[in-house]
Ligand binder design. Sequence first.
Ligand SMILES: [Zn+2]
Length: 123
Amino acid sequence: MNELLTKMFFGGFVRMHVLYHAVREPVFGVEMMEELGRHGYEVGAGTLYPMLHQLEKAGYLSAHSEVIAGKRRKYYRTTPAGEEALEQAKIKLGELVSEVLHDKPPTPSIRTDRSENHQNPNT
Ligand SMILES: [Zn+2]
């Protein structure tokens, strides 16, 4: 997947995706990369790990380490603040989906001044 697209749009999607899965069960970096790959996102360690740290720093994820087969593995879970952030993001996502995918804007025009008619300036 194109790096520019990732930078422009998918960063937020990936963060939401991580919060969504980490509500359900603890997740670690490698399996999260595989899960994102399954959805068609090519997110490498150099992108995902800074995001995980950023979400942790923001208080949206909490981390704990476990030693699995002699290797230290860091697991992440969504915190209550992270769940709240995810709920807010879901509302925004729902609005965006209905407008952009289903072409259902709340009003026909984003212009607030209805007296101006830019389509037909002579009327
Ligand atoms: Zn998923």
